[in-house]
Design a protein around this ligand. Structure first.
Ligand code: EPU
Length: 419
């Protein structure tokens, strides 16, 4: 297993380019199951989670060829309709194959994902919505077994906005007979990106990006070429990293519109941010005001940036409060940050972060993807050596984060294959 070693403190300066979005690429790659023909998906980042979904698609019978950032997929010869436990336990987003398999092949067997480090993360809303479209769903031996004589459009109200639930239903409904209306849908930009890809395949989807999405079913879709959007969470992670270390960085190939909630908070904290069409210039003198932040579904403050922001707030002028409203157990980074000197107390879903706490380097352990990114930022601002183990969590969702930070002047090294 690789380790990352950082000698801090760092000051970040220069330019960095953002990669394609993991959470948009995953459903877009899966949408290739909806039709025969060869898809060409570009701007696909090199990440462990992308390898996992491509290996699942191959397992189902798809032909997958990757050349740098482009992936060609042909789903002409799908011969298996089962996403096995081994694959789903590695990555919960594997559940995204359920809707497309059911819509095109009328059957699917997908392992139940179970809980994960950040929360229980049930899939009840995916299953209830598929039943409304006319699927027969049975749970047997840890698997969802779904079949249908043919999906039919329906009105579906999500009790709570769910990102992959909305994506699963959008994909299933493209081939359903009649009109489907998804209410209280998630509004994340990745959903709009998937809707754009599906529309390019011949689907009729309107309202993506709002809480009501309408899908008029069509008889068939055709393969297409599509470029995945840039990763807003990677962009946000760099914004926070520069705010925390101090420095001046131009973040290229990104879309500031997708990060309004973060940019507003960072600006209120005293960070200088100027947004251009597809780049953001961030400057920080490390004088950070304290903040109160609540995570919310998009366009609110993203849960996927909560851990990173917490590190920044440990350096603020006064105490800050973060409330995590999306996942019930997303404070795994706190224990490790405390070992570096942070003074954070947790009460249920609320964390109180004392400001102006000097951090010192320590051996720490990554527990999940975004927690790992927070430890990297903590390592950048801490005095001395920070050694982060279990960085496979980081590699699930950040393309060459260590390399990119090194280019910006961080003293960061990856040590390969240590146990
Ligand atoms: N929920 C249910 N029932 C369901 C589905 C969701 O109760 O059937 C609850 C969840 O437990 C949670 C809330 O609804 O409390 C929202 O969960 P959501 O379904 O939106 O999460 P997700 O689709 O499983 C995606 C991202 C996550 C991101 C969340 C929230 C992908 C592949 N994953 O997960 O990304 O945190 O939305 O924005 O798109 C990450 O990249 O690090 C990551 C965890």
């Amino acid at each position: 297993m690789d380790k990352i070693i950082i000698h801090g403190p760092s000051y970040l300066k220069g330019e960095v380019s953002i990669s394609g979005a993991k959470n948009a690429a995953l459903p877009i790659l899966v949408s290739s199951l909806l039709s025969s023909g060869t898809y060409e998906i570009s701007n696909v980042p090199h990440l462990k989670d992308i390898e996992t979904i491509l290996s699942l698609l191959s397992h189902l019978g798809a032909t997958v060829k990757r050349n740098k950032e482009e992936v060609k997929i042909s789903s002409d010869a799908i011969s298996c309709f089962e996403a096995p436990y081994e694959q789903v336990k590695t990555m919960r987003a594997s559940i995204l194959v359920l809707g497309p398999l059911l819509a095109r092949f009328k059957k699917a067997k997908v392992s139940l994902p179970g809980g994960c480090a950040i929360g229980e993360r049930p899939i009840n809303l995916h299953l209830a919505a598929l039943e409304k479209l006319g699927a027969d769903i049975q749970l047997e031996n840890g698997y969802v077994i779904a079949k249908t004589a043919g999906l039919k459009g329906a009105r579906i109200y999500f009790d709570t906005p769910t990102v992959t639930g909305t994506e699963n239903m959008m994909m299933a409904a493209t081939l359903a007979q009649g009109v489907t209306v998804l209410e209280n849908s998630a509004r994340e930009p990745e959903i709009t990106d998937l809707a754009n890809a599906l529309n390019q395949m011949g689907a009729f989807i309107s309202g993506a990006g709002t809480d009501t999405i309408t899908i008029e079913g069509v008889r068939e879709l055709k393969a297409t070429s599509y470029r995945v959007m840039q990763d807003r969470i990677e962009t946000g992670t760099f914004l926070i990293a520069v705010a925390a270390t101090g420095g001046e960085v131009e973040i290229k190939n990104c879309n500031s519109i997708h990060l309004e909630a973060l940019i507003e908070k960072l600006t209120a904290a005293g960070v200088k941010i100027s947004c251009q069409k597809d780049s953001i210039l961030v400057k920080s003198d490390r004088i950070i005001q304290n903040l109160h932040v609540q995570t919310q579904p998009y366009p609110g403050f993203p849960t996927d940036l909560q851990a990173q922001l917490m590190v920044l707030l440990s350096q603020a002028q006064g105490a800050s409060v973060i409330t995590e409203n999306i996942f019930e157990n997303r404070f795994n980074h706190v224990a490790e940050l405390r070992r570096m000197g942070a003074n954070i107390t947790i009460d249920g879903r609320t964390a109180v972060i004392e400001g102006f706490t000097p951090l010192s380097g320590a051996p720490v352990m990554a527990t999940d993807l975004r927690a790992s990114a927070s430890l990297v930022i903590a390592g950048l601002i801490a005095r001395g050596k920070t050694e982060i183990s279990r960085v496979y969590h980081l590699d699930r969702g950040y393309e060459q984060l260590d390399q990119k930070l090194k280019t910006l002047g961080a003293n960061i090294e990856r040590v390969r294959g240590v146990s």
